[in-house]
Write a protein that binds this ligand. Structure first.
Ligand code: MN
Length: 251
C-alpha cells in the first residue's frame, strides 16, 4: 500500500483553501482589469423580442458569443501592448487608428469594429414600432422617392456586397443621405483611409451569415427585407438630426 505524506482529508482541505485563494485573487485582478476594459453593452431588449424577424437563438449567439468574442479580443490586443493604454470611448479609438501601435492595429480595427458596429446595429433595431421624424422622412423622400424605395436600395446594396460586412445609411459631408457597404468589421467611423463611405452612419444592417443563417440559411435578401419591420426609426431620426447638427456619430 502506498504511503502519502498527508491524509486525504488534510490534502483536500489544503486544495480547497488554495483554490479559494486563487479564485479570490483572480476575481480581484479581473475586477481591476475590467475597469479599464471595453465592455459588452447589454441589449435593450430580450433575446426573443425581435421574433419572428430575428430568432432568439440567433440573438443569443450573435450578442452573447460573437460580439462578446470581439470584446475579449479587443481587450486582449490592447493588453498585449504595455505601451498602449487608451482611455478613449471606442468610437474615438476607431476614428484614429493611425495612433494605434502598428502591431496591434489590425486586431483593434477588426475586433474594435466588431464591438462598435454590433452595438450600433442592436440599437438600430427595436421591437417597438416608431416613425421617422419629419425631417428624416423629407430627406428620404427627396433622395430616394419614398421610404420603401430607400429600403429596396439598402437591401440591394446588402445583397450586392460580396462576403461579410455591413450596409449603412448615413449622412455625407453635404448633409445628404447615402447608402454604403463596408467589408468585414470596417466601419464608416474609421475614416476615409479605411472606409471610403464618407458618411456619418445613422443605420446599419449586419451582412455576416451569423446574423441570419440559423433562420434564413442563405437567404440574405429575405432577411434584409424583413428587418424593415423592426427598425428603430425614432433613434435613426435622432442620429440623423444629431449628425446634421454636430457632424458626429451617436449611438
Ligand atoms: Mn455580426
Amino acid at each position: 500500500m502506498m504511503k502519502t505524506p498527508f491524509s486525504s482529508k488534510v490534502l483536500s482541505t489544503f486544495l480547497i483553501a488554495s483554490l479559494a485563494f486563487l479564485h479570490c485573487a483572480g476575481a480581484t485582478l479581473n475586477q481591476q482589469a475590467k475597469n479599464m476594459k471595453y465592455k459588452l453593452e447589454p441589449l435593450e431588449y430580450a433575446n426573443n423580442a425581435l421574433e419572428p424577424y430575428i430568432d432568439a437563438d440567433t440573438i443569443a449567439l450573435h450578442h452573447g458569443k460573437h460580439q462578446a468574442a470581439y470584446v475579449d479580443k479587443l481587450n486582449a490586443a490592447i493588453e498585449s501592448d504595455a505601451s498602449f493604454a487608451p482611455d478613449l470611448p471606442l468610437e474615438l479609438l476607431l476614428a484614429d487608428l493611425q495612433n494605434v501601435p502598428e502591431k496591434i492595429r489590425t486586431a483593434v480595427r477588426n475586433n474594435g469594429g466588431g464591438v462598435w458596429n454590433h452595438t450600433f446595429y442592436w440599437r438600430t433595431l427595436s421591437p417597438d414600432k416608431s416613425e421617422m421624424s419629419n425631417s428624416l422622412k423629407k430627406a428620404v423622400d427627396e433622395t430616394f422617392g419614398s421610404p420603401e424605395e430607400m429600403w429596396k436600395k439598402i437591401v440591394a446594396a446588402g445583397v450586392g456586397h460580396f462576403g461579410s460586412g455591413w450596409v449603412w445609411l448615413g449622412v455625407n459631408a453635404n448633409g445628404e443621405l447615402k447608402i454604403c457597404a463596408t467589408a468585414n468589421q470596417d466601419s464608416p467611423i474609421m475614416g476615409n483611409a479605411i472606409s471610403p463611405c464618407g458618411i456619418i452612419p445613422i443605420l446599419t444592417l449586419d451582412l455576416w451569415e451569423h446574423a441570419y443563417y440559423l433562420k434564413y440559411q442563405n437567404r440574405r435578401q429575405e432577411h434584409l427585407e424583413k428587418l424593415w419591420d423592426i427598425i428603430n426609426w425614432k433613434r435613426v431620426s435622432e442620429r440623423y438630426e444629431n449628425a446634421l447638427k454636430t457632424g458626429k456619430t451617436s449611438l
